[in-house]
Design a protein around this ligand. Structure first.
Ligand code: DP6
Length: 390
């Protein structure tokens, strides 16, 4: 009997992955770059037990049983680990696994949970079978969900598109400690609409959008090179500009898809406009926004500018019961912050009273996955009988 519990982070792309040149191996059309968020505030946790006392492989995700055999990607990750384990500790045919996984953020937050989920599953599985090479773990995570390969590293990470399983790999650009001032504010939008999944959305874009080809051939590499240079020079001004342009181009591709896909809503747009207004007013890029396959805004900024951003967003998005919008994660004192008259006038005309935002998660860059324990302790999500604790 072996048991392991691991934790893996969420990542938010600043240069987006959208489109595959190989659907089966999940080889992307273009390179992408993301920030790995601190696991203190957002993460997936997975426990895996391995024993000859279990009669079958079973899995639970957020307390609901998932049929492994119905999920092609899940089966593939497990089968790949089984093969790799032949050269480590082996996986005898009378042994089975039990997997229990959960996210520490509500699924309703609409955050890309598949990246953290697959990163955690593959990391835990590999560590259980003593497969330790992060390159191998990252490639396995990619087979689960493309963006998951970036969650195997901390700090800022580039996924090099490549052309096959060996060449499509993620690499760390800088560690989380090399640009410690970076902060991320995840604005969770109140929206119950079910979004088009990334997997399906990017397929449709590849089939119908002329813009996606143009982006892959003429824009993304330049964006990647420019933003990498900005990151190496800790040039937030340039980093912010490229991040916003790349997000905008990704959503332009969604609109160029036929039928069109709309991930951003009016609330998302009011955040875009607010950020541009603030940047114009201050005369430099105080912050930048980026949106994935949903309406939530992820704002990247530097530590010293968080209070003015929080104060502005709280004033723009008021709660109907008169309470202040909640900030989870890193807390900031905003009482002493004065809002400029022009900014105040701008917000007063546009302010929204309808509980448009649920809350904000305020976080920083963080490390890659880690092992929480190797035994049935309080961190473990499984009981010794191989069933979820709750
Ligand atoms: C918009 O990794 O979820 O978040 O590989 O089909 O599982 P699959 O797609 P997924 O796509 C993420 C798309 C994105 C941009 C990004 O994270 O780069």
């Amino acid at each position: 009997m072996k048991i392991i519990t691991a934790q893996a982070p969420v990542n938010i792309a600043v240069i987006k992955y959208w489109g595959k040149k190989d659907e089966n191996l999940i080889i992307p059309l273009n390179d992408s770059i993301s920030g790995t968020l601190s696991m203190e505030h957002l993460c997936a946790t997975t426990s895996i037990a391995f024993s000859n006392e279990f009669d079958s492989n079973r899995m639970w995700l957020n307390n609901v049983e998932v049929k492994i055999e119905d999920n092609k990607r899940l089966v593939r990750c497990i089968e790949n680990v089984r093969k790799l384990a032949e050269s480590t500790i082996g996986w005898p045919s009378d042994h089975h696994i039990r997997i229990c996984s959960k996210n520490n953020f509500p699924t309703a937050a609409g955050l890309a949970s598949s990246a953290a989920g697959y990163a955690c599953l593959c990391y835990a599985l590999c560590k259980l079978f003593e497969i330790n090479d992060p390159k191998i773990i990252s490639s396995l995570a990619r087979l689960g969900s493309g963006s998951a390969c970036r969650s195997i590293y901390g700090g800022i990470v580039r996924w090099i598109a490549g052309y096959d399983h060996q060449t499509s790999i993620a690499r760390q650009v800088i560690t989380e400690n090399e640009w410690p001032e970076i902060r991320i504010l995840v604005c969770v939008v109140n929206d119950h609409r079910k979004d088009t999944s990334s997997t399906f959305g990017m397929q449709l874009s590849c089939q119908t959008s002329p813009l996606i080809k143009y982006r892959a051939e003429h824009v993304v590499l330049e964006h990647c090179d420019q933003i990498t240079k900005a990151i190496m020079e800790r040039n937030f001004e340039k980093f912010a500009e490229i991040t916003m342009k790349d997000s905008n181009q990704f959503h332009a591709i969604c609109q160029d898809t036929y039928p069109p896909i709309r991930y951003m809503n009016d609330i998302s747009w009011s955040i875009v406009n607010l950020i541009h207004f603030i940047n114009n007013l201050f005369g430099y890029n105080v912050a930048c926004y980026t949106f994935d396959a949903g309406p939530n805004a992820c704002i990247y900024c530097l530590d010293n500018n968080v209070p003015i951003l929080i104060k502005s967003i709280r004033r723009m998005f008021q709660k109907s019961d008169g309470t202040e919008l909640a900030i989870n994660g890193i807390t900031y004192q905003t009482d002493q912050i004065n809002i400029d008259q022009k900014l105040s006038d701008y917000i007063d005309i546009r302010k929204r009273m309808g509980d448009d935002l649920k809350y904000i998660i305020s976080t920083r860059l963080g490390s890659g996955p880690k092992i929480l324990s190797n035994q049935y302790d309080s961190n473990c999500l499984l009981s010794a009988n191989g069933l979820p604790k709750n």
